[in-house]
Design a protein around this ligand. Sequence first.
Ligand SMILES: Nc1ncnc2c1ncn2[C@@H]1O[C@H](COP(=O)(O)OP(=O)(O)O)[C@@H](O)[C@H]1O
Ligand SMILES: [Mg+2]
Length: 454
Amino acid sequence: MKQRILKGERNMSHQFEIDFFPQKWDERLERVLKDYRNYSLTNEHQKSYSEFLEAPLREILIIQEDFAIYKYPAVERAIKALLKDWKLLDVRRFNESEKESVPLYLQMEVEKGVHESLLEDGICYYQNLTNRRKLIVRFGVEANFEGVKYFVRVFFVTKKIEETFLRSFIQEIRDWVKDNHYLKGKKVKPGGSLLKIGKKYTFDDIVLSQEIMTEIEENVLDFFQNREAYIRNGLPRKRGLILYGEPGTGKTLLGKVLCSQIDCTFIWVTPSKLSLPVEVSHLFEMARELSPTIIYLEDLDFYASNRSEYGGGNIKLLGEILNQMDGFEENGDIVVIATTNDIESIEPALKERPSRFDRVLELKPPDLWGRKTLLKRLLPLRDGSDEIIENAAQKTDGYNGAQINELAILAKKEALKCRDMDDMGIVQLKMDHFETAFTRMKKKKEFFVGFKHD
Ligand SMILES: Nc1ncnc2c1ncn2[C@@H]1O[C@H](COP(=O)(O)OP(=O)(O)O)[C@@H](O)[C@H]1O
Ligand SMILES: [Mg+2]
């Protein structure tokens, strides 16, 4: 033990002397901290392992396994399932100051409205009642030193003579997790928590040009419907699409529609959820394990900007995204859809290489037909009010979806103010309401800088 701690210390001094490149420094510091954690078994832990296994420390084997956080419930379930014939004799926890304290549990939503209680920090002491074999499993949900990336760290502790058993047990856990992943087909964030989407969106909620609709049908909808045929005919089974367009043209909304309409795993990624390259590799690993999968990568410019010298972009993340998108075989049945307001800034390496993003599509503000369709959906009108719609559609040339939505809200509010409602309290729009809304909207548009994401 002593020797190992010394080793950690030596590494540490070595670190600080030589390397001042921030990225490398991060990686190394992370490694040092990891080593340090591995070797710094506190006395209480040591004592409890030794007592339970009835063996001195030198005869004890500790294997550490880290799992991506999205596997958290699955890993615990795997251990419970594989040890179902074993008896759980005790659950304990020692806190940072070596004091015995209560094990920590976490409630995690694993199914809409269904929560599972998971051990977040604690040590489980198991015994197999048939062959008397003993095993300790210590769980910890850990954050790395930046506090950004969470992962599950599990220590398996047994006697050294049980090494073969322990190694195959750990392999069984990995296999079990792969075969029984509860997130398959679910709509999730990269960490594995369920997405909260207020309603089920349909294609009726979005107005898209025929051209975009055809692309979406061919590259996304058909792709998921005809997977078998793709496999049988040896067609490429991964797709990459970039959707670009000014803010408010429906990029996020299209994601919500696809999420609601396609029966596959859907991972919604916002920039705040990816900060380290290892998170990108975990994301793709997750997508592969749970495939067929859509990865919806919002605001691609955030990672993949070629203007990183001006502050945007993240070269390390971009590198990992490229890496992952190149892995062809392994990416079977994954569609990556990336959105951006700023296509100009996207690194050419990403958008111009067919094996990465094969389609680059622009979502434009709706044309006359699109504006009419959208206005009809948004505005409750009296019978025979085609004229208002026609008029509104003509006047909103250049408005994007979000602005038309805003206009409809202003018009409804105006009608409400004028108390123009039917018996059910539904506003009845007139040309006047619309005119007022339009004037207000024009004023707003002058100050318009961009619509926020919802
Ligand atoms: N093409 C569209 N069809 C219907 N509604 C739209 C469209 N584009 C935008 N909207 C409306 O504007 C809101 C914001 O759009 P959003 O999808 O967030 O835009 P983006 O992600 O392109 O910035 C949507 O929730 C919707 O109400
Ligand atoms: Mg958006």
